[in-house]
Design a protein. Structure first.
Lengths: 378, 317, 256
């Protein structure tokens, strides 16, 4: 009859969760709001985007034709002129331009003579989404021009392009995707729901004395621990799935890799977070300290040390080590690999193994801590 | 049914219990009387096997609390000091939850504590947090009784509960004892001592005395006098006079009266009256008569010798 | 003041929460320097009545004057002139005795010099000078209560409300605590006290017994016992409240 007491414990947990209406609403409203916020901040509409030109061809007719074409459709307007290669950085830092079009000397003659000239499009990729969109539009316009040039020569539009595009992204060498906000928000929500709420509810049982009653009852410590894991796992999993759906369906986040791999990754991450929550609750006495410990000890590192906001590569070595110990680091890396890079599950074995190891370790430790409390305390 | 021998326990560097012994036969109510910080909760923690004693042995329901704690837990129904049920669950849900973790049919409650259950049944669908103090304690008792334990351990079940509900609660306890349950109950209300079969006075971790409530007068040293002034405004002066008296064994206001302990034998009412007259008091407006000491008087007598940092001599000039 | 010498005047005081009448047409007066007991089961309306008298809750009808000010119209004036102490909340455990007293003194607007003088006086009176730098959390309950009382009296309130002040204290501690209360009354402080220890009602000059929001009796405790032929306060309380006590009303009262 072990199932009887286990299921009634889980049922009790569900009642606690469902009766706190306000908390429940927040749990679903907050991720929704965060995703919408992040999603819309990434604007993908471009209109009259300010650009600058570095013209080394000194007014070659082809250059003038290209620039006319670029500004003809109102998508770009030239607001600045850059004289030297080294001034490109300064132009971006002024914040007035989003792209610099670099035209080499001998542009027109190269195109005519050798059937190929290079136009370089330099963008500020700190906002990767905007940068890729701009490049997309600009490339389209260059392609049009290529077709026109070929037609004038009596060639087919599909013939070799006289103008070739060279794209250079500045300020984001790793090409960190704007879609990283999706795993970032998931990591935060998992910490709030799985870790913080688990630790607070367990601390509440301590504070109100119900844990004393449970301890002297025939209920096993593992039933109590697993009875907390199951409902909070379910709650967090639903929440995670919701954010994923929102990210992919509404904001077009790609998922190139295996959906099951992503599900496995999420599950391991959630379980490790619950393990952390239970561990915290075994160390504190009150709900208040459970709350502050999870906020400072879990939520903050998840935001700051997971690569969500700051890339670990730029951090001091010690902080980089700490980053490695934060489960969210591995989760975000795994999501990046599976969903954005489209790596096969076998290629993200490292994040999966680390998260799996953390899960076993943390839940095991939590079980051990609680089982130790089962017997009379010295 | 409860046999504790020489229990000592140190908590956080300070002794919480020092050589405490307790013997509670089956079917009786044993009261643990003491203030906050007397060590009542620590003793309960040891007897319900949440804590291990540093020294001494405790056997509950025939099982040693140190080695057979699993069996002890099945034998004991426990009510911790604070309200320890789920406030967001209804009365019925709380009861059902405890029934299921003890693997008992919830209907058993009617045969076990039907009289108490009937009192809270009208509120079965109300969240436990919204019950009155007395009702909460009755629900907690029902939950503690759901597995039909032979021994009940109730830590301050009546604290903060109003007098009417308190007396109802005691009636319920008596009913359980009559049906053979062994009840250990702690309280800081001295007047509840009278409802126990036997009481242990606990003060700062040590047992002051163990006795039946009827034996209080016999355990009191000397005679207790009650002094009443027609005008209570005189009480402060009377207290000062009596406290300065070398024969006095402690003197405290007791409501509008003054209780004066005279520990030496051979003191008569006249001795007190003439002392007061000698101090210039108009004794025609004052009544002095010997009274039966209460548990509280005994408690004061037993603790006043040992007072240390609690001492207070505010009325000394 | 409408009635000479009275520090609390209550006339037809009523408070309803929806359909539920927590306090029903209460009328009484308390003299300056009187110790006035307020007895009743949980949910009888004591807490609601006290909250109105402290200016925390507006009466539905009727009026009350505390320390010369109408509680509904001048609650700020009332709050400045009263002290409140309860067993449940009184002090910050993680502050020292001195810090607690300083905090409560400052809350009541005592100037630095006055605060120092009053604090020194309390230390002297309760002989707690050596405890001044100790954390309140580690003190025995009897001491906590005395310090809480000192904190409530630091600003020399005209009226002192004590809500179950002596729970959990040993008998000796309770006696001494009551002697402090009686001393304060001798010095002219008006005291309104609720308690679950019925024998403590005998310390009061007069006792009001409430049930179902209504006043059931009001007189000297011994007079009441005689009148109702009661053996002791317990018996009296039972006779006056048992027939009508409805224990499940606390929630409404507590929440409102």
């Amino acid at each position: 009859m072990k199932n009887g007491s286990f299921s009634s414990f889980v049922a009790k947990e569900w009642r606690h969760i469902l009766r706190e209406r306000r908390t429940l609403v927040m749990l679903f409203a907050i991720p929704l709001a965060l995703v919408l916020l992040f999603g819309y901040v990434i604007s993908t509409d471009i209109d009259r985007t300010p650009i600058a030109v570095l013209d080394s061809s000194h007014g070659d007719p082809l250059t003038r034709r290209l620039l006319r074409k670029l500004t003809a459709a109102d998508q770009f307007r030239i607001v600045d002129e850059v004289r030297r290669e080294t001034d490109i950085d300064a132009a971006f830092k002024k914040g007035t331009v989003k792209m610099v079009v670099v035209i080499p000397s001998g542009f027109g003659s190269d195109a005519r003579r050798y059937g190929g000239a290079q136009v370089q499009l330099v963008t500020d990729a700190s906002d990767l989404n905007v940068a890729t969109t701009i490049i997309g539009y600009a490339s389209g316009i260059v392609a049009d021009l290529n077709a026109e040039l070929n037609a004038a020569q009596g060639l087919s539009p599909a013939a070799d392009a006289p103008l070739r595009i060279n794209v250079r992204m500045m300020y984001n060498p790793e090409l960190k995707s704007a879609y990283m906000f999706v795993p970032g928000v998931i990591a935060m929500i998992v910490m709030i729901v799985a870790a913080m709420m688990t630790s607070v509810t367990l601390a509440r049982e301590k504070e109100t004395g119900t844990l004393r009653l449970l301890t002297v009852s025939p209920l096993k410590a593992r039933t109590i621990v697993l009875g907390k894991v199951v409902p909070y796992f379910a709650l967090t999993a639903v929440n995670t799935a919701l954010i994923m759906l929102l990210g992919t369906l509404v904001f077009g986040m790609p998922c190139y890799g295996s959906v099951w791999g992503v599900a496995l990754l999420c599950s391991l991450f959630i379980l490790s977070a619950i393990g952390l929550g239970i561990l915290i609750s075994s160390l504190v006495k009150t709900q208040q300290s459970a709350l502050t410990s999870s906020l400072l000890g879990l939520l903050l590192p998840t935001m700051l040390l997971s690569g969500f906001i700051f890339p670990p590569a730029n951090m001091p070595v010690v902080l980089q080590w700490i980053c490695q110990a934060v489960p969210a680091t591995w989760f975000i890396e795994g999501v990046k690999g599976l969903m954005l890079k489209g790596q096969p599950v076998t290629d993200v074995w490292l994040p999966l193994t680390v998260l799996g190891g953390m899960t076993v370790l943390l839940i095991g430790l939590a079980l051990w801590m609680f089982s130790r409390r089962e017997r009379p305390q010295p | 049914m409860i046999e504790a021998e020489g229990i000592s326990k140190t908590r956080g560097g300070t002794p919480a219990l020092d050589d405490v012994s307790l013997h509670v036969p089956q079917g009786t109510i044993h009261g643990l009387i003491g203030a906050d910080g007397a060590g009542k909760t620590t003793l309960f923690d040891i007897l319900v096997t949440l804590l291990r004693a540093d020294k001494g042995t405790a056997v509950v329901g025939g099982y040693d609390t140190a080695t057979r704690w699993r069996e002890v837990r099945k034998t004991v129904g426990y009510m911790p000091a604070a309200f320890s049920l789920y406030g967001d669950l209804s009365v019925r849900e709380n009861l059902e939850f405890f029934a299921r973790i003890y693997r008992q049919p919830v209907e058993n409650i009617v045969s076990l504590v039907g009289d108490i259950w009937r009192q809270i049944e009208p509120f079965a669908d109300r969240p436990a947090a919204k019950l009155s103090g007395g009702m909460k304690q009755k629900l907690a008792l029902c939950c503690a009784m759901i597995h039909d334990p032979a021994v009940l351990m109730l830590d301050e079940p009546t604290t903060g509960v109003d007098p009417t509900s308190r007396s109802e609660f005691w009636t319920a306890l008596r009913g359980l004892a009559d049906r053979g349950k062994t009840v250990l109950v702690s309280t800081s209300y001295m007047d509840e001592a009278a409802k126990c079969d036997c009481i242990t006075l606990l003060h700062r971790g040590t047992v002051l005395d163990t006795l039946a409530p009827g034996q209080v007068a016999g355990h009191y040293r000397g005679t207790l006098y009650e002094i009443g002034a027609a005008d209570t405004a005189h009480n402060t002066r009377l207290l000062r006079l009596l406290r300065g008296w070398s024969l006095s064994g402690g003197c405290y206001s007791f409501g509008d009266r003054i209780h004066l302990g005279m520990p030496l034998p051979g003191i008569r009412t006249e001795t007190v009256v003439s002392y007061l007259r000698g101090q210039g008091t108009d004794t025609s407006l004052i009544s002095v008569c010997p009274v039966r000491p209460t548990v509280e008087d005994l408690f004061i007598q037993l603790t006043s010798g040992a007072e240390t940092e609690d001492s207070l001599k505010a009325d000394n000039p | 003041m409408t009635q000479e010498g009275k520090n609390i005047i209550v006339q037809h005081l009523t408070r309803r929460f929806g359909d539920f009448t927590a306090v029903d047409d209460l009328t009484f007066g308390v003299e300056r320097g009187e110790v006035f007991g307020f007895l009743g089961a949980n949910g009888a309306g004591k807490t609601t009545a006290i909250r109105m008298l402290c200016g925390l809750l507006k009466p539905t009808s009727g009026r009350a004057e505390v320390a010369g000010y109408d509680v509904a119209r001048r609650p700020e004036q009332v709050k400045r002139r009263i002290g409140y102490m309860s067993q449940r909340f009184s002090l910050y455990d993680d502050l020292t005795v001195g810090e607690n007293l300083q905090l409560f003194g400052t809350i009541y607007g005592l100037r630095r010099a006055a605060l120092r003088e009053r604090t020194e006086e309390m230390y002297r009176k309760l002989e707690m000078e050596p405890l001044k730098n100790q954390l309140v959390g580690g003190l025995p309950p009897g001491w906590k209560q005395k310090i809480a009382l000192s904190a409530a009296m630091l600003h020399r309130p005209e009226v002192l409300f004590l809500d179950e002040p002596t729970g959990g204290v040993d008998p000796l501690g309770r006696r001494r605590f009551w002697e402090l209360i009686l001393d304060a009354a001798d010095e002219g402080t008006t005291i309104l006290v609720t308690t679950h220890y019925l024998d403590e009602a005998l310390y009061c000059n007069r006792t009001l017994i409430m049930a179902d929001g209504q006043m059931k009796a009001l007189d000297k405790p011994r007079t009441l016992m005689r009148e109702y032929g009661a053996r002791d306060m317990d018996d009296l309380f039972g006779k006056l409240t048992r027939s009508t006590a409805v224990p499940d009303t606390t929630a409404k009262e507590g929440e409102a």
